[in-house]
Write a protein that binds this ligand. Structure first.
Ligand code: SAH
Length: 282
């Protein structure tokens, strides 16, 4: 293949018969890595999750086969073994395959399971990390995951296990004591139980909490509340949402750069409408 774009010079070739497991980040296509973009530009097939922003898919090579393998709570979706089997099938058929996943493939993304299926099938693969919603999504809400005056520990937790319940085996007392900042994924439904457990384990009910929905997309919205108010606030938060518990949420008062730009959805062509202004400022 001719590859004249200097942007990709020196970057790896996506070989026919190989699969790249790629993190797309939380939404804004500007958060794709160069490896992700390079892979999308070469792909014959892009198998993606529901959480992947359409703006990222639009960057796939023209003519690439875009396959939706969305896994979203409540809706019928392909089963994990079917997705892995599809990846293997496409690779064995000699396709250049991109498996595009929301955020980072190895954080609550089942990237390991899919990669192991490729290992078992003898399919060569590459892992391309992505910006996870629990860090990049928070940043788009003006919330740093750590601040040296606030926390030197941050815990990432999934709000539900394979059955939809709060995962067993979490030591809530240890968590409440040891993790000043807690970032919850997939936790809107289980937030009442999680917040109650944390309060029972000693966390203050007036501790700040933010629910960041559709982070880094054109319809990002943020609800600021407290641990005591989180269960109720959760009912108003659209999915997907990352939920952050801890004093770093207070920093948003000064750091909500997206709100400060007051651009949101105004500009066409850029999902967040921020890039031109940022360039002007820079
Ligand atoms: N691998 C992904 C997480 C997948 S689990 C990552 O690293 O980000 C799905 C959960 O991720 C959602 O329930 C939500 O908690 C979070 N999430 C993913 N994208 C998001 C977004 N754009 N805004 C808010 N939360 C998001």
């Amino acid at each position: 293949m001719m590859r004249s774009n200097t942007l990709f010079d020196g970057l790896p070739v996506l070989d026919p018969g190989a699969v790249w497991l790629v993190g797309a980040g939380p939404g804004d296509p500007g958060l794709l890595t160069l490896h992700a973009l390079n892979g999308l530009a070469q792909a014959d097939v892009v198998v993606h999750d529901a959480l992947v922003d359409p703006g990222c898919l639009a960057l796939a090579r023209p003519g690439a086969d875009i396959v939706h393998a969305g896994k979203r709570g409540g809706r019928p979706s392909p089963k994990q073994p079917d997705i892995s089997a599809r990846l293997v099938r496409e690779a064995k058929a000699g396709k250049r395959v991109i498996r595009l996943k929301g955020g980072d493939p190895f954080l609550f993304g089942r990237g390991g399971e899919e990669a192991l299926a490729l290992v078992r099938a003898g399919v060569p693969f590459r892992i391309v990390p992505g910006i996870t919603a629990g860090i990049g999504g928070l940043a788009y809400a003006g919330i740093p995951a750590t601040d040296r005056n606030v926390n030197s520990v941050v815990a990432f937790i999934t709000g539900h296990d394979a059955t939809g319940a709060v995962p067993g085996g979490i030591d809530w007392a240890a968590l409440a004591k040891g993790a000043p900042v807690i970032v919850l994924y997939m936790a809107i439904k289980t937030l009442p139980e999680i917040s109650a457990r944390l309060i029972a384990a000693g966390r203050a009910s007036d501790e700040p909490v933010a629910l960041v929905s559709n982070a880094a997309t054109a319809c990002q919205s943020v609800i600021e509340t407290t641990l005591g108010g989180a269960a109720e606030a959760g009912q108003a938060a659209p999915a997907p949402a990352v939920i952050v518990i801890g004093d770093v949420v207070r920093l948003r008062a000064g750091l909500d750069w997206l709100g400060a730009l007051e651009l949101g959805r105004k500009l066409d062509g850029d999902p967040l409408g921020i890039a031109p202004e940022i360039r002007d400022v820079g």
